[in-house]
Design a protein around this ligand. Structure first.
Ligand SMILES: C=C(O[C@H]1C=CC=C(C(=O)O)[C@@H]1O)C(=O)O
Length: 438
């Protein structure tokens, strides 16, 4: 299913922009509905909305990709910066499952601020034929949108409630998953659960994202229509024909490792055969999916340990040169999403059967959790993280929001339910802390 807006073609202007002193990138964030993608003081912020499209079901990737191509073909673009992310670009979030009722989406903001190693820019996109596009006009429009935005502060978390999958339900599904693995149906399966943080007011979206970006500097901070978080896992980044990914699987809670000391704990993670198996499944699923589309692919033989404030992960950075297609172009980020998603870091091995078992055992719609989240431009560049370590804002009728958090774990034949449950709490910790949960 797809919902496509009709209307005049977009006009788009991108102009260079002076960096505002040494202020952090997310200091420019304003309002609860801001669109965000940020990593190491670089990324994109979106304000207002020029257009969007929604899609769900098995064709969600293809439908939104076709919509964006048509939008780009009809758009009149003046781009004097010419970098990945400039000109026409959109923020995006996709449902994890083809069976999800979540509306996958591409959102083109009216104003976008971008920053990379070479500088900063502002992009203005509009369907209003009366608007005169200029760099000064873009700054003025940004100031209006910021002035009109509502930014919530100070709501307190009053409780953490069980989600649709309780702790007991999760442990039961881990037992069932292990039994299915031992029976030979699958080799690995990723099972997840949710928990709900109740707030006493509107979610302080911007404050939460700022805090995540300060504490979790090595993660990609994201925000798209109430889906907020900071993910350590890069599903696929496409910049000028080169694809990169940070594949994660294998986790140790830093709180649990505290007694052993950091060096001993990380050495035990690297040496742990169960964790290494979980990691290898994730690497294999990624490289096998991407293999037919690349001319070269580099994946390290040994993972490194990614140290986050809450957990250590086994991590591997993979890099590939995309092979030219018959038309001479290389596949763009949106084309690749459907091929690489879902990896064995969030689904399992083999993928199709693992997906079926997840649907059966979890029996709850994951929505956008573990789906791709990020941005894409009209040249096919884009960055998509996996929507992990985050939550979805649920508006309360009385103005008191709830934020539904999700976390999951890779299950293999020797997984144990209590340890996996503890791991889900460790993975929810960044959001629990950022929301001030008890
Ligand atoms: C599924 C999640 O994490 C994945 C990414 C890194 C490590 C994982 C693990 O060790 O189980 C998971 O595969 C999650 O955070 O909800």
């Amino acid at each position: 299913m797809i919902s496509i807006p009709q209307g005049p073609a977009l006009r788009v202007l991108t102009a260079p922009r002076a960096l505002a002193g040494s202020a952090p990138f997310l200091a420019e964030l304003a309002g609860d509905s801001t669109l965000v993608w940020a990593h190491h003081e670089r990324g994109m912020l979106g304000f207002g909305e020029a257009t969007r499209a929604l899609a769900s079901g098995p064709t969600r990737f293809a439908s939104l990709s076709a919509w964006f191509s048509e939008l780009a073909q009809n758009a009149q673009v003046t781009d004097v910066v010419g970098q990945p992310g400039t000109g026409l670009s959109a923020f995006a979030s996709f449902g994890f499952s083809r069976a999800s009722s979540f509306d996958s989406r591409l959102v083109v903001p009216e104003i976008q601020l971008g920053r990379n190693a070479d500088g900063a820019w502002i992009t203005w996109a509009t369907a209003d034929p009366a608007v005169q596009l200029s760099a000064e006009g873009a700054e003025a429009r940004l100031a209006e949108l910021v002035a009109d935005s509502v930014e919530s502060h100070g709501a307190r978390a009053t409780a953490v409630r069980p989600g649709r999958i309780t702790e007991e339900g999760f442990q039961a599904s881990v037992h069932a998953g292990v039994a299915r693995i031992r029976a030979g149906e699958v080799e690995k399966i990723v099972l997840a659960r949710d928990a709900v943080v109740q707030l006493d007011g509107p979610t302080p979206v911007a404050d939460t994202l700022r805090e995540l970006s300060v504490r979790y500097v090595d993660c990609w901070t994201y925000g798209v229509d109430g889906l907020i978080g900071a993910t350590p896992e890069m599903l696929i980044q496409v910049l000028d024909g080169t694809a990169r990914a940070r594949v994660l699987a294998g986790t140790l809670d830093r709180a649990a490792g505290a007694t052993a000391g950091d060096d001993a704990a990380t050495a035990s993670l690297v040496a742990d055969a169960k964790q290494r198996r979980e990691h290898q499944f994730a690497i294999d699923s990624f490289t096998e999916a991407l293999g037919p589309l690349v001319s070269s692919l580099e994946a390290p033989n040994e993972p490194f340990v990614l140290q986050l404030p809450n957990v250590w992960h086994l991590a591997s950075d993979v890099r590939a040169c995309l092979a030219p297609r018959p038309d001479g172009g290389t596949p763009g980020a949106l084309d690749l999403l459907e091929i690489v998603h879902p990896t064995a870091a969030v689904c399992g091995t083999p993928r199709t059967r693992a997906g079926e078992i997840i649907r059966e055992l979890e029996a709850v719609d994951r929505g956008a959790y573990a789906g791709p989240v990020g941005w894409v431009d009209a040249a096919g560049n884009g960055e998509f993280g996996i929507a992990l370590r985050g939550g979805m804002v649920e508006r309360g009728p009385d103005g008191a929001d709830a934020v539904r958090l999700w976390a999951g774990c890779g299950i293999v034949a020797d997984s144990e339910a209590p340890a996996e449950l503890a791991e889900t709490w460790a993975k929810m910790r960044p959001m629990l802390q950022a929301l001030g949960a008890p």
